[in-house]
Ligand binder design. Structure first.
Ligand SMILES: [Zn+2]
Length: 424
């Protein structure tokens, strides 16, 4: 049984005061008044009934003052809670008859058109989502279902994208990410200088990358000076096609990753061969070879030092990788190019096929690697959103819908102005 204690508030606070109180809270103008506040103890709900005062109304399409036609059927909006009580507004919104636009429902000051929540509630929900550790945690705090949370995020992102400024972007990055445990890929476009995600698309082929450029106007594309990408032909093609003036900068972190992978393959093969002869020299050493020396603690380093001085194929591969790190320390492309020639001599003669393969790959793309010395951009792990995308991904294990995933990435990593107009 629902106990609706209509008028409970009126008695305790005085009708005029309460009406004024809620009008102020809701930021109502003279076109609206609070006519009743209904409290349901059982449902833990407060209903605030609003009524239009009959003041002149405007067409929501063209903004001109027009004659009132009628009132739309009553509807509700979820508002900020009053104490622990869920609070909803109810109203019948006036409709105008406009000679140019036809019959239109008027805008209301507390909500955006077609919104199911008041702007104050949406703004609050957005702040809770941003502050909470996980979206699930925020959802529980807000007392909403998944669908409502998704709608609030969709709208916030949509709003933010419209208001977003894409002028003067000079350095962008295109990077692939794994989605659904390696089966699907997404491609992410970032603004490197402002460290924000600009767009996300499904797949990692040339068409996928082409879609990303559609967010820019022709003028905006011309502003782009350099693009950081992996040594991946599809992305390279897309850059050449869409922003022919921009320079390609192959990502130094990807190059390091390729070299690291080569060291790892050599170690695996060698360990397997040694083990056959009962030799466990390389057992348990995997992370020593992959880590940067400066990240190895003193104690481990002592054991590692002995290992790397041994006549191992893995030590040779490791030394070649270590040597390449100097490449990035040069100030000018010309000196780096000279260094590379010497390094390549060594690497190409090392008789370790995985290392030689990466060395050839680097040589083939050298011109677009030397651009680093002019632009010094990368899709490096320094950007906070890489780990953020990772955590959105793991939280989204059940996502069937790519658009929901895109929304979340843009919501958390797009640096968008997400709040509804008029709520801040
Ligand atoms: Zn109109």
């Amino acid at each position: 049984m629902i106990v609706a204690e209509r008028g409970w508030f009126w008695q305790s606070m005085g009708m005029k005061n309460l009406s004024k109180h809620y009008s102020l809270l809701l930021g109502l103008d003279e076109a609206w008044q609070v006519v009743d506040v209904e409290l349901s103890l059982e449902q833990k709900q407060v209903q605030i009934h609003l009524k239009s005062t009959g003041k002149p109304v405007c067409c929501s399409e063209c903004g001109e003052q027009r004659p009132l036609k009628d009132h739309a059927p009553e509807r509700t909006w979820r508002h900020l809670d009053t104490m622990q009580f869920e609070t909803v507004l109810t109203a019948r919104v006036p409709r105008t008859k406009c000679p140019n636009c036809g019959v239109k429902t008027c805008d209301v000051p507390w909500a955006e058109p077609h919104g199911r929540f008041t702007m104050m509630f949406e703004a609050f929900a957005i702040r809770v989502l941003q502050a909470a550790g996980t979206t699930e945690q925020a959802r529980i705090l807000l007392g909403l279902n998944w669908n409502s949370v998704q709608k609030i995020m969709d709208k916030a992102v949509e709003r933010g994208l419209i208001a977003r400024d894409l002028e003067e972007i000079k350095h962008v990055g295109i990077d692939e990410k794994n989605f659904h445990r390696g089966h699907d890929y997404i491609t992410v476009l970032t603004d490197i200088d402002q460290s924000r995600v600009l767009e996300v698309t499904q797949g990692r082929d040339e068409e996928a990358a082409d879609v990303l450029w559609e967010i820019f106007s022709e003028n905006q594309k011309e502003n782009i000076e350099a693009v950081a990408v992996d040594m991946w032909q599809a992305f390279e093609n897309s850059v050449v096609k869409n922003v022919p003036e921009a320079e390609i900068v192959h990502d130094r972190f990807h190059i390091s990753k390729h070299l690291n992978e080569a060291v790892d393959i050599v170690r695996r093969q060698e360990h397997k061969a040694l083990k056959k002869e009962g030799d466990e020299t390389l057992a348990g050493s995997r992370y020593w070879w992959l880590r940067n020396p400066e990240n190895i603690d003193d104690e481990t380093w002592d054991s590692f030092a002995i290992l790397k001085e041994m006549e191992l194929k893995t030590s040779r591969a490791w030394a070649i990788r270590e040597q390449f790190r100097w490449f990035w320390e040069y100030r000018y492309a010309r000196s780096a190019k000279k260094f590379f020639a010497r390094w390549y001599q060594w690497a190409s003669r090392c008789r370790l096929e995985p290392v030689k393969k990466v060395a050839r790959m680097i040589r083939k793309r050298l011109n677009n690697i030397l651009t680093w010395f002019r632009h010094r951009i990368s899709n490096g792990p320094a950007e906070g959103f890489n780990s953020r995308i990772q955590s959105i991904k793991s939280a989204a294990r059940g996502f069937k819908n790519f658009n929901n995933y895109r929304t979340r990435i843009l919501f958390f990593c797009g640096k968008l102005d997400l709040l509804p107009n008029g709520s801040h």
